[in-house]
Write a protein that binds this ligand. Structure first.
Ligand code: UD1
Length: 422
């Protein structure tokens, strides 16, 4: 398995292009199942998670082509569609469950493997299934698979989520586009990826109001058509690269970055002593002066501080002046990076859902292990600030969500190499 070697100490300078959002693209791709006409996505990120979704859709009978070196994904679901999403693919990536709503809406039945837990927590699907049941589906768990049928077709319903789940909002929004009547989702997630999915579905002919607010109303239609849609900027990749100059000094312009995608994160950076400036091409980030200050962060659904940037923020806090508290409220087990950061000389204590980080002057390079996607990039960020070499092992997690991370960081002056595994 490949590893990445980072040699810390260089200040960074230059531009980093930000890709299309992995999480938006993973929700947009299953929308092909809602129409027999072509759906084309532009600005797609080149990631292994996208390949996994491609394989899943192809296993269901969709045609999926990767064009322009993966930047464009051309899909068509004209032919007969299989309705079983196999465990072998679903277990690799939880977002595979996003085919459930579209399959049920199109075919009236679907068999989708339950994803199981992952490194960051249990991740059940009750919010998805309760909502689909309210829309007339009958769902049974058999042999690890959700067997869903909608005998009389899906019907619009008023649904109040017990938690603003991103995936459930996407699944139900897609299912409701072809349901009979009106669906109202209350306590819907408000993430930019949901706004992006709604925009694409609207181009396909769906009638959706309120995406981006807590109440989304979907008026079912008889059929959807094709569309061409450009995937929104990846706010998590953006936030990650905004942290690079914050951690090692220098100035980096994140091309394609938008402040509205990372408002609460940028406010925290400002409080920590990092300046974020809007430019014609994106966002420019640099330390205001001297050492970063410790700040407290609590992860929240959008527009709050994203859980997907918590690990990277911890890397910054490791060398900040003072004591910071990072509270994780979305996932129960998302501090797996903490023990790895300890190996680099950080002072982190985890009690329940809160990590207390006492800033040290300097981190020291060490061999570390990546446990999940965001944890792995946080170790790379920490390595950029550390004295000596940091070897991040098990980087396959990284390739799920960051395209060409070494090239992007090298282009702004970082010392970082990929070492192919045996
Ligand atoms: C999405 C993102 C992920 C991000 C997360 C939270 C994608 C592909 N992934 O994941 O990167 O970290 O949002 O911003 O977009 N839950 C339940 N029951 C359910 C569904 C969720 O209890 O039926 C819980 C989960 O276990 C978790 C919390 O709700 O604790 C948030 O999950 P959710 O918003 O659904 O995240 P995902 O859509 O899986």
């Amino acid at each position: 398995m490949d590893s990445i070697v980072v040699t810390g100490g260089n200040a960074l300078s230059g531009q980093i292009p930000i890709a299309g959002a992995k999480n938006a693209c993973l929700a947009l791709m299953p929308a092909t199942l809602l129409t027999e006409e072509p759906l084309t996505l532009m600005n797609a990120p080149r990631l292994s998670d996208i390949k996994t979704m491609t394989a899943l859709l192809q296993s269901l009978g969709a045609e999926v082509q990767s064009l322009q070196e993966g930047r464009v994904i051309a899909m068509s679901s004209l032919g007969p569609i299989s309705t079983t999403a196999d465990y072998d693919i679903v277990r690799k990536m939880r977002a595979s469950n996003l085919v459930l709503g579209p399959l049920l809406a199109r075919e009236g039945h679907a068999i989708v493997s339950l994803p199981g837990g992952c490194a960051i927590g249990a991740r059940p699907m009750d919010i998805h299934t309760t909502a689909l049941e309210a829309m007339g589906a009958e769902i049974e768990l058999r042999d690890g698979y959700l067997h869903a049928t909608a005998p009389g077709g899906l019907k619009g319903a008023k649904i109040a989520f017990r938690f603003a789940s991103v995936g459930a909002t996407e699944n139900i929004m897609m299912a409701a586009t072809l349901a009979k009547g009106t669906t109202v989702i209350e306590n819907a997630a408000r993430e930019p990826e949901i706004v992006d999915l709604a925009a694409c579905l609207a181009k396909m002919g769906a009638q959706i109001d309120g995406a981006g607010s807590s109440t989304i109303t979907i008026q079912g239609v008889d059929r959807l058509g094709g569309a061409t849609h450009a995937v929104v900027t990846d706010r998590i990749e953006l936030g990650t690269y905004m942290l690079a100059p914050a951690i090692c000094g220098g100035e980096v312009e994140c091309i394609g970055g938008r402040l509205d995608l990372v408002q609460s994160f940028a406010e925290k950076l400002d409080a920590a002593g990092i300046a974020v400036e809007e430019t014609a091409a994106g966002l420019k980030v640099a330390r205001k002066n001297g050492r970063t200050s410790a700040i407290d962060v609590s992860t929240q659904p959008f527009p709050g501080f994203p859980t997907d940037l918590q690990a990277q923020m911890m890397a910054l806090m490791c060398t900040a002046d003072g004591v910071s508290h990072l509270e994780e409220t979305i996932f129960e087990n998302r501090f797996m990076h903490a023990p790895e950061l300890l190996r680099m000389g950080a002072d982190v204590e985890v009690h329940g859902g809160t990590a207390t980080v006492t800033g040290v002057e300097r981190l020291k390079g060490a061999p570390v292990m990546a446990t999940d996607l965001r944890a792995s990039v946080s170790l790379i960020l920490a390595g950029l600030a550390a004295e000596g070499d940091t070897v991040v092992n098990r980087v396959y997690h990284l390739d799920r969500g960051y395209e060409h991370v070494e090239e992007k960081l090298r282009a702004v002056g970082a010392k970082i190499e990929r070492v192919p595994g045996a």
